[in-house]
Design a protein around this ligand. Structure first.
Ligand code: SF4
Ligand SMILES: [Zn+2]
Ligand SMILES: [Zn+2]
Length: 385
C-alpha cells in the first residue's frame, strides 16, 4: 500500500493488508497525532486496509483512543475525542462541532448574562487564511444561517500565498459567499518577506501586526459588526501558556474569546472555535469535504507558539482534556478578576497617520510600515493608504 504523509510530506510503501493501527505502528506514528483518510473517508484504528490501498495520513494535534461507534446512533465512528470520552459518525460529529460553536456564541467566556458574541442581525466578517480552522468556521456559520462574509489577505509568501488565496476563492464560490481580498503589497507597499527583511523584528511579528491591522481596517471601513478569527482551543491554550511563561500581564488581561470594539474604529472581535481542538477542526473539514491548505506557512519556523503547542501535546497525550482545563480554568478566573477592573479602551486615542485607535500618537502598524517603506525600494504598485 502507498501511504502519503502530509505536513511534513513523505511517501511510504508497505505491504498489506494491515489495520490502520498496525500501519501507524510500522511508521512509528502516534495514532492521536494524525487523521487517516482512505478512499476519501476518515478511518479509525481498527479499519482494515487492503494491500493496494492508497492512504493519506494528515498530521494534526491532540486526540487519543476511545470507542469506535457513534455515541448518538451507534453506527461506526469516524472520529474519536478522548477529551469528551466520545466518538461520532460524520453527521453527529458535524452536530457536535455546531453545538460547541453555538455554546461559544451564546454562553462563551467573557460574555455578560444574556449577551451573545453576535446575533443573526449582525454583519459578520471572518478572516480566512485557506487553512482548516478559518474555512471550517465560515462553513459552520453559513450552515447556522448567519450573515457572514470572508476576508483574505495576500501576504506575498510565494506559492503558499497563491495556493491559500485560490483555496479561499474556491470555497467562497462553492458556498456562494462573498470574499473580500486585500493584497498587502498592492495596498501597503510590502509583502511579509520583504517587510520582515528590513523591519528588525520577527517575520511572524511583522506579519501578525499587518494582518490584525488589515482585518480591523476592512471590518471598520466596510461596516461589519463583528470580526471573527478561527483560533481554536490549541491556539488559545498555547498562547495562554506563552503569556504565563513570560508573565505578560497586559496580554493575560486581554486574552479571551471576546474583545469589545472601540467606538466605530475597532471592530468587536470574537473567536467562536475556542472550544474545539485543532484535530476536531481538521476532521470537520475532511467530513464536510472542505478543501483546505494542509501545508504550513514556510516562514513558520520562528513562531514560538509551536513549542508551546508541542509541550501541551505531550501533556494532553498523558491526560486528555488538560488543554481545555488550562484554558477554561484561566478564563473562568479571568472573568472574576475582570469584573472588578476598570474598562479597557478608556485612554485610546487616534493614530495621527491613519485615524485608527491607538494608545500612542502613531499606531504600531503605521510605525512599522514607515520603517519598512523607508528601507525598501519603491514598488510601482505602492499606493497611498
Ligand atoms: S506563520 Fe508567521 S509568517 Fe506565516 S502566515 Fe503565520 S504569522 Fe505570517
Ligand atoms: Zn451517529
Ligand atoms: Zn496608523
Amino acid at each position: 500500500m502507498i501511504v502519503r504523509m502530509r505536513n511534513p510530506d513523505a511517501t511510504h510503501q508497505l505491504s498489506g493488508p494491515l489495520s490502520v493501527g498496525e500501519m501507524l505502528e510500522r511508521l512509528d506514528v502516534l495514532p492521536h497525532t494524525v487523521l487517516v483518510i482512505h478512499d476519501g473517508e476518515l478511518v479509525t484504528a481498527d479499519h482494515e486496509l487492503p494491500d493496494d490501498a492508497e492512504v493519506e495520513v494528515r498530521s494534526v494535534i491532540s486526540g487519543g483512543a476511545a470507542g469506535s461507534s457513534c455515541v448518538v446512533c451507534r453506527v461506526p465512528a469516524v472520529i474519536e475525542e478522548p477529551r469528551h470520552r466520545a466518538a461520532w459518525c460524520p453527521d453527529h460529529f458535524v452536530e457536535h462541532v455546531q453545538r460547541q460553536v453555538r455554546k461559544a456564541i451564546d454562553h462563551g467566556h467573557g460574555l455578560a448574562d444574556g449577551e451573545r458574541m453576535f446575533s443573526y442581525d449582525d454583519r459578520l466578517l471572518v478572516a480566512v487564511s485557506g487553512g482548516k480552522d478559518s474555512l471550517a468556521l465560515w462553513d459552520v456559520l453559513l450552515d447556522l444561517g448567519y450573515r457572514v462574509d470572508g476576508l483574505y489577505v495576500g501576504l506575498g509568501i510565494g506559492g503558499y500565498s497563491a495556493r491559500s488565496g485560490q483555496t479561499c476563492r474556491r470555497f467562497a464560490e462553492r458556498r456562494g459567499a462573498t470574499l473580500h481580498e486585500v493584497d498587502l503589497a498592492e495596498t501597503y507597499g510590502y509583502t511579509t518577506p520583504s517587510g520582515a527583511s528590513v523591519a528588525g523584528r520577527s517575520t511572524c511579528g511583522v506579519c501578525g501586526l499587518s494582518k490584525r491591522y488589515v482585518f480591523n481596517r476592512v471590518a471598520v471601513d466596510q461596516g461589519y459588526d463583528v470580526l471573527l478569527t478561527g483560533h481554536n482551543l490549541d491556539d488559545e491554550a498555547a498562547t495562554l501558556l506563552g503569556n504565563l511563561l513570560r508573565w505578560h500581564d497586559d496580554l493575560l488581561a486581554r486574552q479571551g474569546p471576546v474583545l469589545s470594539g472601540v467606538d466605530g474604529r475597532q471592530a468587536r472581535k470574537c473567536k467562536p472555535l475556542y472550544r474545539l481542538s485543532e484535530r476536531e477542526m481538521a476532521a470537520y473539514c475532511v467530513v464536510r469535504g472542505i478543501d483546505y491548505v494542509v501545508e504550513e506557512c514556510p516562514l513558520v519556523a520562528g513562531n514560538s507558539g509551536h513549542e508551546q503547542k508541542a509541550a501541551l501535546d505531550v501533556l494532553e497525550a498523558g491526560s486528555p482534556g488538560v488543554k481545555a482545563q488550562l484554558l477554561f480554568g484561566f478564563l473562568d478566573r479571568q472573568e472574576r478578576v475582570a469584573a472588578s477592573a476598570p474598562s479597557p479602551g478608556a485612554d485610546v486615542g487616534s493614530c495621527q497617520r491613519c485615524g485608527m485607535p491607538t494608545t500612542t500618537d502613531v499606531c504600531a502598524f503605521c510605525r512599522q510600515r514607515e520603517r519598512i517603506l523607508a528601507a525598501l525600494p519603491v514598488l510601482p504598485s505602492r499606493a497611498a493608504v
